[in-house]
Design a protein around this ligand. Structure first.
Ligand code: MN
Length: 253
């Protein structure tokens, strides 16, 4: 645990972690190195370097987001829940390897379902940790602010739509701000579970976990208060960097 804390505290919030997420996002969206610069060349902490997945260290201390999100939630959420999705994704890959080796695909539907659920969970949690910062809050700036105003009418309107989406996810899921490469625009979407309602190919820029495990120990059944407190720790700089990195990347050519 101490080793993990040291890793978390020594991580460069604006460098290593951002590069990791950009690399992960690029790989997910099928983006080539074009437009992503050296980001894709760097080893990703969210992968194991051998075709599998790994739990990236939290880029700040477990209690760093208090009072918005308390230490106990962050510790369980990162170390137990996120780790579970990493393990589930790797287990699905192992099962697929075994299927190919045995030329026996009877369980293909359930394993592909497991892969979609767990890998989507891994990706969204990796983006989630770096959507927040102890120095977060405030307002977006630069090209992200311009794009939010362009695509939603105003930054406030975009935040309002995001809040409504997050608060009204049916059961467990996520609120997301994503970049749609096809129309070169931002969209607010919902995810039920981790993978239902996904817009294929859209890159998540800012995500908020609204599974009960993300807030119940602190907020009990008041998801709305948790969603409202999220804006005190949102790392708009990280979201803006992700937006600038993916803007204009044509993944469908
Ligand atoms: Mn979660």
């Amino acid at each position: 645990m101490d080793e993990l804390m040291d890793d978390a505290q020594s991580a460069d919030n604006g460098g290593t972690t951002r590069r990791t997420v950009l690399q992960l996002l690029g790989a997910t969206a099928g983006i080539t190195a074009v437009g992503m610069g050296e980001a894709l060349a760097a080893h990703s902490e969210a992968s194991d370097g051998d075709g599998g997945y790994a739990l990236p260290p939290l880029p700040y201390a477990y209690d760093a987001l208090e009072p918005a999100i308390d230490e106990q939630i962050m510790r369980l959420h990162h170390d137990e829940h996120h780790q579970g999705y990493v393990d589930g994704a790797n287990d699905a890959l192992d099962q697929l390897t075994e299927m190919r080796q045995n030329d026996q695909f009877d369980n293909i539907k359930s394993v592909k379902r497991d892969l979609s659920f767990n890998l989507s969970g891994h990706i969204l949690h990796t983006v989630f940790w770096t959507s927040m910062s102890p120095d977060g809050g405030g307002s977006p700036s630069g090209s992200l602010a311009d794009a939010l105003a362009r695509d939603f009418g105003s930054v406030d309107a975009a935040v309002d739509e995001f809040c409504a989406a997050a608060k009204n996810v049916e059961s467990s899921g996520w609120g997301l701000l994503v970049y749609d490469h096809l129309a070169d625009r931002l969209l607010v979407t919902q995810a039920e579970s981790h993978n239902d309602l996904a817009v294929q190919g859209a890159t998540p820029l800012l995500v908020l976990d609204v599974w009960e495990h993300a807030y119940y120990l602190q907020y009990t059944n008041d998801r709305g208060a948790y969603v409202d407190a999220f804006w005190d720790v949102v790392d708009w700089d990280a979201v803006g960097s992700r937006y600038e990195a993916v803007t204009g990347a044509d993944i469908l050519e």
